[in-house]
Unconditional design. Structure first.
Length: 276
């Protein structure tokens, strides 16, 4: 573990993946190809379906997608496109690069949720990748009035410090740059101090009654310890995908769709459109 991170972020029983484990992430290219083939087949099927026979209503509660560490909304654009094709209304988090204070990111997401909930008159479902899933779970604990369901993908909630050495180096760099005076970056407090304790604590508190929780993990994950992604309070689903590929592998998207459909709907939208 990086010397920058607090010990409580890596509890006993968990460990960072071996440095060579990152080679497994090379399968992301195959997973992207799988997505491209599925998307082409879907387009052909859609063209052959009369417009009047196409689904005309929105499924369930709106969906807010939250990107992982070092990532932005663009990394979940393919998943958002697939979810919209299935009938869900999706929203971006407005996180351009998830490299800042986790408490600030959570506050930004909470404000975004309030806006979506007020606009749609319903609670919101959250789909988070890696760190994004941890943020989503923490917000659900704090604001169950805004969140109806959470789906995490490769989110090491039990041990955030159980990540590949390359991520540890990135965290160290961000902290050093923050100390040098560059604003908007993850600081030492975010990985060792009060901020880290609060963020980690919120992501481990019991999920309120009425909020669904599904955790998706892969033993092929080359970035985080897959064991840390299995929340005992959640419906855990194993997939065969790389950490990066979870964001667009159609097999993972199918699992996400199933998890989103498991919750009761609090609103049905009748208009169609792109992500807001």
């Amino acid at each position: 573990m990086s010397s920058t991170l607090a010990d409580f972020l890596l509890p006993q029983g968990f460990a960072a993946p071996h440095p060579a484990a990152v080679l497994r992430e090379g399968s992301a290219a195959t997973e992207f190809g799988r997505y491209a083939l599925r998307a082409a087949a879907d387009r052909r099927a859609r063209r052959s379906t009369p417009y009047a026979a196409r689904p005309g209503s929105r499924l369930g509660d709106p969906v807010l997608l939250v990107p992982g560490f070092l990532a932005g909304d663009g990394t979940l654009a393919l998943m958002a496109r697939s979810l919209r094709a299935q009938g869900f209304r999706t929203y971006r988090s407005h996180i351009h690069s998830n490299i800042g204070c986790t408490l600030n990111a959570a506050a930004q997401l909470e404000a975004r949720l309030e806006s979506i909930a007020a606009r749609r008159g319903s609670r919101v479902q959250l789909v988070g990748h890696s760190l994004g899933g941890m943020l989503a779970r923490g917000i659900a604990v704090r604001r169950p009035d805004l969140v109806s369901n959470v789906v995490t993908m490769g989110s090491p909630m039990l041990a955030p410090g159980a990540h590949h050495v390359s991520l540890a180096a990135s965290v160290d760099l961000l902290v050093r740059l923050s100390r040098a005076g560059i604003p908007g970056l993850m600081s030492a407090d975010c990985v060792r101090g009060h901020c880290a304790r609060q963020s980690f604590g919120e992501s481990r508190q019991p999920v309120p009654v009425g909020v669904g929780l599904t955790t998706i993990y892969s033993r092929r994950d080359g970035i985080v310890d897959w064991r840390a992604c299995i929340d005992p309070a959640a419906v855990a689903v194993e997939v065969s995908a790389s950490h990066l590929g979870m964001a667009f592998d159609p097999r993972v998207i199918d699992v996400v769709v199933g998890a989103l459909l498991r919750t009761d709907t609090s609103a049905v939208e009748v208009d169609r459109g792109k992500s807001a």
